[in-house]
Design a protein around this ligand. Structure first.
Ligand SMILES: O=C(O)CCC(=O)C(=O)O
Length: 257
């Protein structure tokens, strides 16, 4: 059966920086995660309040995260939702027989609401306190995604630059103020139209972004970030990362599952 075949094509990802897998999720998993979204909205589990400023405090005039995105980080932590089980099923769909080689680093449920601002071009890797980028993000649509509702945009092959700088997602400028900003015209940007259950896979160093949602309905997505086992914590890459309470610099990342 199609879904028992490993979906992750690592050679392709390493060459192009991204991949599209239509119809990745079985309908049972779509229903379960959709239910988590609905329950979360009704619950008292508050969305995250600010993006990570990896090395400094947020600049004083920084608005809350809700001005650009409604997102819940690591909902697998909350036992009232079946997210741990959902991530386990997804792991098998993605990596098949190689599942034991991979760990889940984080899970985010994204809800881009009408009138929230641009989510600027960035790489994920500079936000992670990890020593190598042998990983992949799996971003799965939970609503039809189009240009109008801010479908994810990807810059193919932008991962070839390696991990550069953490970006202030409110402004698109580098957090360390070194003047870096992403130049769209240097890449053949793609913005695939997705149906619920379709997945975009991208490398941790691939630049991606989403513009405003100009429709009247939210655009939801389930993003999980996976790394190959053996990756270690490296504090200096993101010293403000909340995981520092629980881990030691140089130790092997255990992952969530
Ligand atoms: O859903 C979005 O618009 C942004 C997602 C994103 O930046 C990410 O998954 O790292």
């Amino acid at each position: 059966m199609k879904r028992e075949i490993q979906a992750f094509r690592q050679k392709h990802l390493l060459r192009e920086g991204w991949d599209l897998i239509p119809d990745l999720l079985p309908s049972t998993l779509i229903s379960s995660v959709t239910n988590t979204f609905e329950q979360l909205i009704k619950s008292n589990r508050n969305p995250s309040t600010q993006i990570l400023f990896t090395h400094n405090e947020p600049p004083e005039d920084t608005p809350p995260l809700s001005s650009i995105m409604t997102q819940w980080l690591n909902p697998w932590r909350w036992e009232e939702f079946p997210e741990k089980e959902n991530c386990k099923i997804l792991k098998h769909i993605l990596f098949g027989e190689e599942s034991n080689d991979w760990l889940l680093f984080q899970e985010i449920l994204f809800m881009k609401q009408p009138n929230q601002g641009d989510f600027h071009w960035h790489q994920d890797m500079p936000f992670f306190p990890l020593d190598n980028s042998d990983g992949v993000t799996c971003w799965i649509a939970f609503d039809k995604c189009t240009k109008e509702n801010g479908a994810l945009m990807i810059a193919p092959r932008s991962h070839l630059s390696g991990s550069l700088v953490s970006i202030n997602l409110h402004t698109g400028k580098s957090q360390d103020g070194n003047g870096f900003s992403f130049v769209q015209k240097d890449f053949n940007i793609v913005q695939p139209i997705l149906n619920p259950g379709d997945a975009l896979l991208f490398h941790p160093c691939t630049f991606h972004a989403s513009a405003k949602n100009l429709t009247k309905l939210p655009r939801r997505a389930w993003a999980t970030v996976w790394f190959r086992k053996g990756v270690k914590f490296k504090r200096q890459n993101a010293p403000n990362h909340p995981m520092w309470k629980d881990v030691k610099d140089g130790s092997i990342v255990q992952g969530i599952l």
